[in-house]
Write a protein that binds this ligand. Structure first.
Ligand code: CUA
Length: 319
């Protein structure tokens, strides 16, 4: 990203993120247009206060001469702001349409938000967590839904931000203009681990993207199960709720839980074995361990068989 500090647009990035999408510069230009006019009017008001304060200071009490009206002044302060707000309106409306009308040739990715991670489902038939991989210079349409509460999808470098409201699809799109890795933030307060709900957009060249697509659908058999489990534990945000050092978080710690008998909120008990872990991942609401709340989303369709086996082995390894 260092070479970017050389071009002119980075003058702005002192307090604005880089511009990495087709609409970013448009959003910024309008923002600066409004900002500089605000400075201008602020200047007039401040200078006016000081000047009139000085001009009309007097120790004498009394009434000043009555003022009638001044046509020229009144026309100016009506027409000029009207003109400015109309510019802002049409410019804003034009940009708004551009941001909301998805180009016909956009590729589609389904986004699911849940406490507290994002999953991205590709048409090719696989789902990945917390990492959206896209080709550069290609419009990407996101069809987003929430499994639980209100979340937000925000990529500062793209100037793309859309709330994800439960019980409906929310649509947004972007076209990344530079290869790189960019942050995705959840921007609606969605509970305890809201601030941990972080993901990345990886923008690849067209060729790298095709390569990635071929591999993405295949589970890497060369990784030992226990290591795969650890990768899944981090990648799928298990770590936002389950510790591996015995500390109590939103969910029970994985450390030492294997092969123990746990008690549930309904009074029943069960042994933590393979079947128990599988069920807890795929149908987390079925059995809630005493002292915890049933807030975990299901990983059905998100984790594949080998990945589930990996999680089991990983939990086994945490004695
Ligand atoms: Cu999801 Cu905040």
């Amino acid at each position: 990203m260092n070479e970017k500090f050389e071009d002119a647009s980075t003058l702005q990035s002192l307090w604005m993120p880089d511009q990495v999408s087709t609409i970013a510069s448009e959003v910024d230009s309008l923002f600066y247009f409004i900002l500089y006019w605000v400075y201008f009017f602020l200047g007039i008001v401040i200078i006016g206060i000081i000047y009139f304060g000085w001009k009309y200071k007097s120790n004498k009490r009394g009434v000043t001469k009555p003022l009638d009206h001044n046509n020229l002044l009144e026309f100016t302060w009506t027409l000029f702001p009207l003109l400015l707000t109309m510019v802002v309106f049409f410019w804003g409306a034009k940009s708004y349409l551009k941001m909301n009308i998805v180009p016909y040739d956009a590729m589609e990715v389904n986004v699911s938000a849940q406490k507290w991670f994002f999953t991205f489902t590709y048409k090719e038939g696989f789902t990945i967590s917390n990492e959206l991989v896209v080709p550069v210079d290609k419009a990407v349409k996101l069809v987003m839904e929430s499994q639980d509460v209100l979340h937000g999808f925000y990529v500062p470098d793209f100037r793309v931000k859309m709330d994800i409201i439960p019980n409906r699809y929310m649509i947004t799109w972007f076209e990344a203009t530079e290869i790189g890795e960019y942050d995705i933030f959840c921007t609606e307060y969605c509970g305890t681990s809201h601030s941990q709900m972080l993901a990345k957009v990886k923008v690849l060249s067209k060729e790298d993207y095709e390569d990635w697509l071929k591999k993405a659908n295949v589970v890497d058999e060369s990784i030992p199960l226990v290591d795969l489990g650890e990768i899944i534990y981090k990648k799928n945000a298990c770590n936002t709720c389950h510790s591996i050092d015995g500390s109590k978080m939103i969910g029970p710690s994985f450390k030492g839980i294997w092969n123990t008998t746990v008690e549930h909120t309904d009074g029943s008990t069960a042994l933590v074995d393979e079947n128990y872990v599988y069920e807890s991942i795929l149908e987390p609401q079925k059995k809630i361990i005493s002292g915890y709340q049933g807030v975990m989303p299901s990983y059905k369709g998100i984790l594949r068989e080998r990945e589930l086996q990996g999680v089991v082995e990983f939990i086994k390894s945490l004695k």
